[in-house]
Design a protein around this ligand. Sequence first.
Ligand code: PAY
Ligand code: ZN
Length: 311
Amino acid sequence: KASPRTHSYTKYNSWDKVQSWIASISSSNPSLISRQVIGKTYEGRSMTLLKLGKKSSSAKPAIFMDCGIHAREWISPAFCQWFVKEALSTYGKDSQMTSLLDQMDVYVLPVFNIDGYDYTHKSNRMWRKTRSRRSGSSCVGADPNRNWNAGWCTIGASSSPCSDTFCGYKPESEIEVKNVADFIRRNKSAIKAYITIHSYSQLLLFPYSYTYDLAAHHSELLKIAQGASAALRRLYGTRYTSGPGAATIYPAAGGSDDWAYDLGVKYSFTFELRDTGRYGFLLPESQIKPTCEETMLAVKYIAAYVQKNLY
Ligand code: PAY
Ligand code: ZN
């Protein structure tokens, strides 16, 4: 069993490695981290959610962050692992992290689409979707970022099971989406921010993607995204573009950020990490460290804003 110290944060770890890391890191520091299984994937793997935060006798507001909705976006789970490590190692040293974990809980789902992630390591590096099957179609999986109940399958999604953007047979047809949606619904009053990590394109997106209509909190979300992008850029000069999904990348219905926002989670963001296409999904391992370091600054910027603007 890998201890959190021997785990490599600068490699793209297989699901088996991530799974043993989840077990060891959550038992390494019981006063700051705990874990809970929120359900199983289609293929039966346990979806373990980590909760970071100082134990408190009263209810704490929370941030929910997931990585690896799309199987091939390997830098994304690498970032969630990095975030957990950094949170634990800087608590008590970095004043912002200390105050964040004292006052709030941060839920981290290290790999959302575990079946797909495992498949990209073993069979097809460019797989994007889940691995669900249904009789009547020989095509496998649905797009877990088109399967949420937010303008479901109306635009930028396909109703064809063989498409890479297949929206599924109905909203939350994918068990992984249902498990996370159920958790967020159950904890709706605590969850103040939703952050989902994708790659690539270097964008910081916020609602909406299912419509060109501006979100009710558009100017506040834009201001936060621009502040977070500026913080990120300060480290290595990496340029991000901020804006609503539909106008900034493309219209796409059924996404998790729009769903969380419409549920009432005001601070809802989608990161598209490095790069802008040179390597795309095949970002070299040598870029894991700088990518994670700069992304930490943006995520911490958003967290600090949320902490100061609880609602
Ligand atoms: O919010 O509009 C949104 C979602 C955008 C992402 C999506 O298609 O779900 C963007 C893509 C992603 O990360 O999956 C971008 C990558 C490069 C892709 O596959 O096109
Ligand atoms: Zn993605």
